[in-house]
Design a protein around this ligand. Structure first.
Ligand code: NOJ
Length: 544
């Protein structure tokens, strides 16, 4: 990756890290920035380019830190601003970029702004939040945390009014109609960018504004604010990036990229494609993946999708039909404890029954589809989950470094969350130390596939065209960037498939396997025939 290339994010692989769960340097049971700094070589050696650090700010931790009580400080459990600065320097020294969560939609009710606002109706902070005497306002708005929240309004007895919140009742939404809130957000962004941060994963961006008669999502006013923020970033911090968390349909998400003249985000997560990868695998049918990608409009070449298989939240099923949601719950969440809101709170390896072939297959898909992939910490070693922990904490347990006490995460007597210790996924079997030494481990496989991906700009920058053989079980596509042409083919079924592909546009091309450089037959006038192993995949280079 060229450090000075403003489009570095297009080739990058991201790695999502909750600092609290990664490595504890001082034995207090909480991961911290010094611990994360000690593990930077591990992250670099994995072959990722950019770390996404989850909320690191003071917080009562009722929403894993997305409930912020101080925007320009570091949570004392995680260290100090100076520790953060040292971490940034150490990451940059290794050629790693770092982005962090910027949560603009809401604060914790413990934030001093809210504390002042609720106590004093005349305080300028009162208008930082959205108040009403009438909880019937904005009734066209859905509730996101369906499991716990009966309404988007909560009555605050101190203020004597209702306040608006799209998430938990203890997370009041900020009022973006107030120019002071704009100013605060700009200054918060500046604070972290001045410390060297390379950009932000912007949380919950569709919900910034409220307007009667709408669903209060993706409003023009919201885009107006976001474009202004981008303008500030571009003019004051050129090269820094903004990644949107907008869990919406492709038609809506593309609005978050803005236009060439008025850009908004550099990157946006592609939420709808994610559950369809799991669906395609289970149904042994490529059609839902093909359909959603066909439904995804082209985006400008200065922007990029972010793809992922899992993250710190439930595997969201907001962007599927009702029938598809029930299918996913039935197939992937048979125990009700596995469900959460409209999703599934499980990790990648347990979702796929720890089946190595299927874990590789979904990774090979994610890593070759358009977009920059984002890997969730621990999935590179096949970590498990604990569905008995509250909320989504079951997928946020301490990283498993060794088979020693506390998985080598900490020397404390008590950890902030228990390590996974079950017979299949416990740290005794699943840990970095062992997987480093076993050449066939998932960790070493992940390193190899990331290294192969890095050699081919077609993955990050290329166009995509489907090459679909007769069998619905087989999905093929060409990724092409100038001379770099890669054919990716995956077999979604647990049976051998003999596929015939139409590669006529590449007549005469030589074909080489990207993993072991072994030669395949050249492309001739006949259909190109490939035998795929059960859940097998190919990445083949086509050279003219
Ligand atoms: C999106 C975050 O990904 C999620 O973890 C959080 O609960 C909500 N925003 C609300 O803060």
């Amino acid at each position: 990756m060229l450090a000075n290339d403003p489009f570095w994010f297009k080739d990058a692989v991201f790695y999502e890290v909750p600092v609290r769960s990664f490595f504890d340097s001082n034995g207090d049971g909480y991961g911290d920035f010094r611990g994360l700094t000690q593990k930077l070589d591990y992250i670099r050696d994995l072959g990722v380019d950019c770390i996404w650090v989850q909320p690191m700010y003071p917080s009562p931790l009722l929403d894993d830190g997305y409930d912020i009580a101080g925007f320009t400080e570091i949570h004392p459990d995680l260290g100090t601003v100076n520790d953060f600065r040292l971490f940034m320097d150490a990451a940059h020294a290794r050629g790693l970029k770092v982005i962090a969560d910027l949560v603009m939609n809401h604060t914790s009710d413990q934030h001093p702004w809210f504390q002042e606002a609720r106590r004093n109706p005349n305080s300028p902070k009162r208008d930082y939040y959205v108040w009403s005497d009438d909880p019937a306002k904005y009734s066209g708005t859905r509730i996101i945390f369906l499991d716990t929240e009966p309404s988007n309004w909560t009555f605050d007895p101190v203020a004597g009014q209702y306040f608006w919140h799209r998430f938990f009742y203890h997370q009041p939404d900020l009022n973006f109609d107030n120019p002071e809130v704009w100013r605060e957000m700009f200054d918060i962004a500046r604070f972290w960018l001045n410390l060297g941060l390379d950009g932000f994963r912007c949380d919950a961006v569709p919900y910034l504004y409220e307007r009667e008669g709408t669903n209060c999502e993706n409003l023009p006013e919201t885009h107006g604010f976001l474009r202004a923020l981008r303008k500030m970033v571009d003019s004051e911090y050129p090269g820094k990036i903004m990644l949107a968390e907008a869990n919406q349909w492709p038609e809506e998400v593309i609005e978050y990229f803005g236009t060439v003249e008025q850009p908004e985000f550099h990157m946006g997560f592609h939420f709808p494609v994610m559950p369809r990868l799991y669906m395609g695998l289970r149904r042994e049918d490529r059609s839902s993946i093909v359909d959603i990608l066909r439904r995804t409009p082209d985006i400008h070449e200065s922007t990029q999708w972010a793809t992922f298989l899992r993250n710190h939240d439930e595997l969201t099923l907001e962007m599927v039909t009702l029938e598809e949601r029930h299918y996913m719950w039935d197939e992937y969440a048979p125990n009700p404890r596995m469900r959460s809101n409209l999703g599934i709170r499980r990790r990648l390896a347990p979702l796929l029954d720890n089946d190595r072939g299927r874990i590789e297959l979904l990774n090979a898909l994610m890593l070759s589809l358009p977009g920059s992939p984002c890997i969730y910490y621990g999935d590179e070693i096949g970590m498990g989950d604990n569905i008995w922990l509250r909320d989504r904490n079951g997928v946020r347990t301490p990283m498993q470094w060794t088979s020693d006490r506390n998985a080598g995460f900490s020397t404390a007597g008590q950890l902030w969350a228990p390590v996974i210790n079950d017979p299949h996924f416990g740290f005794f079997h699943v840990n970095v130390y062992d997987q480093r030494r076993l050449s066939g481990s998932l960790l070493n496989w992940t390193r190899r596939i990331l290294a192969v991906r890095k050699e081919h700009p077609a993955f990050g920058r290329g166009s995509m065209e489907f090459v679909l053989p007769e069998q619905k079980e087989v999905l093929g596509y060409i990724r092409r960037y100038h001379e770099d042409v890669v054919l990716a083919v995956v077999n979604l079924s647990p049976r051998f498939q003999q596929a015939s592909l139409d590669l006529s546009p590449f007549l005469g091309a030589t074909v080489t396997d990207l993993f072991d450089r072994s030669p395949f037959p050249d492309v001739t006038e006949s259909a190109y025939s490939l035998t795929l192993q059960p859940h097998g995949y190919y990445w083949l280079q086509l050279s003219m």
